[in-house]
Design a protein around this ligand. Structure first.
Ligand code: S3P
Length: 442
């Protein structure tokens, strides 16, 4: 039995017995990263952008509201086909009120690159309680090097932030972290500056911005040997049709669910398999999961496929180094997979998880621990010994969408009742998650 109940602003998801089997075809919602970028590039391009398959989650809604407040015309987010009429690169209007990025780090960080370059205009930017604690200095510092004027709480590290738009100058930024949000912020600011801006990162992060900027007419050079991207400033963008593939980070929940639940077979259609995002497939393959990639194709500049998963006996693995940015959002659900794998799984080099929507290392260790998992928090990762049966418990999402969904998949395979508090967080990236869970549950 799966039951979602709402009281006041909070929801509880109750999963009250183990799944005997999971069966069916699943269509997952649009990719969150690509949805944000399509809205933003559409908003600053000239002419019309048509977005097909947009994620109708809370995070893209935050992006849409911010850019509507700055003059972009964006049709209602009540259908997956959304039309955007852009204002042109430097045409964002000074908003009448504070821009609210909600729970979305991508909205805030990418948008800051654009706002910093709107010469002579003032912007204030905030977010929810989680976003207000997340580090913004990682984008503010390089933007300041470009000449940006940004003030913020906590010595200019946290939102609420105030931005006074300037004419920015290009830089070569060597980012200390492999972060697509940092890279994209600087590339967007670079697009607004005269000359060439380069970002070099220590390992390759997701490249959706590069692909989409190129499709909109941006001029980019990519040096794969050094993980560097250069953008030529001042190139006008032209509205496009963007087809958003399904989000592999959302598919990850079903890949793990299908692998760890007895007698299961799931087909997940139309999943984006951009190589900068497929660390989850490699990790699950290392763990012995029975996953088949079928119907590989390319849709609007992004590779897409259908994924089939069947019940498999998993074994432990070690994950560290360059694969981490390629599965950064999938570590909570991989921790669940590790609880059902033979041996001890070690995840390292993942300290970035501490500054996501929640401290995902601490929260997964605590909440899976309540369910009986043998899980230890490391300074930069997790150590999980599989094979101890999980039991139902009362757990909390810490308002983090990926924590809520990971715990739900653990609960499907736990003995007894699990109650997930603050389950409303799921609607950030996957509003139809519980409906799909009910459809495939036997
Ligand atoms: C994202 C990049 C990643 C990821 C986040 C979305 C993006 O964050 O965790 O969910 O859309 O660029 P970082 O850039 O902080 O690693």
């Amino acid at each position: 039995m799966i039951n979602l109940t709402h009281n006041q602003n909070s929801s509880q998801l109750v999963i009250s017995h183990q799944a005997q089997s999971l069966q069916g075809n699943i269509t997952i919602p649009g990719d969150k990263s690509i949805s944000h970028r399509a809205l933003m590039l559409g908003a600053i391009a000239s002419g019309e952008t048509i977005i097909k398959g947009l994620l109708l989650g809370e995070d893209p809604r935050s992006t849409a509201k911010c850019f509507q407040a700055m003059g972009a015309k964006i049709s209602e987010l009540n259908s997956e086909e959304v039309r955007v009429i852009g204002v042109g690169e430097k045409g964002l209007q000074e908003p009448f009120d504070v821009l609210d990025a909600g729970n979305s780090g991508t909205t805030m960080r990418l948008m800051l690159g654009l706002l910093a370059a709107q010469s002579g205009k003032f912007f204030s930017v905030t977010g929810d309680d989680s976003l207000k604690t997340r580090p913004m200095s990682r984008v503010i510092k390089p933007l300041q090097e470009m000449g940006a004027i940004i003030y913020g709480r906590n010595n200019h590290q946290n939102a609420p932030l105030a931005v006074v738009g300037q004419n920015l100058k290009p830089i070569h930024y060597h980012s200390p972290i492999a972060s697509a949000q940092v890279k994209s912020c600087i590339l967007l600011a670079g697009l607004m500056s005269e000359g060439k801006t380069t970002v070099t990162e220590p390992a390759l992060s997701r490249d959706h911005s590069e692909r989409m900027l190129h499709a909109f007419g941006g001029k980019l050079e990519i040096d794969q040997d050094t993980n560097s991207v250069t953008i030529e400033g001042g190139t006008p963008l032209q509205g496009q049709t963007v087809i958003v593939p399904g989000d592999i980070s959302s598919a990850a929940f079903w890949l793990v669910a299908g692998a760890i639940t007895p007698d299961s077979e799931l087909t997940i259609t139309n999943v984006g398999i951009n190589p900068t995002r497929t660390g989850i497939l490699e990790a699950l393959e290392m763990m012995g999961a029975d996953i088949t990639i079928i119907n590989e194709r390319e849709t609007a500049g992004e590779p897409v496929a259908d994924l089939q998963v069947k019940t498999s006996q998993l074994k432990a693995c070690t994950l560290s180094g360059a694969i981490i940015p390629r599965l950064i959002d999938e570590i909570p659900i991989l921790a669940v997979a590790a609880c059902f794998a033979e041996g001890t799984t070690i995840i390292k080099d993942a300290e970035e998880l501490r500054v996501k929507e929640s401290d995902r290392l601490a929260v997964m260790a605590l909440e899976l621990g309540k369910m009986g998992a043998k899980i230890t928090e490391l300074p930069d990762g997790l150590e999980i010994t599989g094979g101890n049966p999980l039991r139902g418990a009362e757990v909390d999402s810490y308002t983090d969408h990926r924590i809520a969904m990971s715990l739900a998949i653990a609960a499907l395979n736990a003995k007894g009742n699990t109650t997930i508090n603050r389950a409303e967080a799921i609607s950030i990236s996957y509003p139809t998650f519980v409906d799909t869970l009910k459809e495939i549950f036997n």
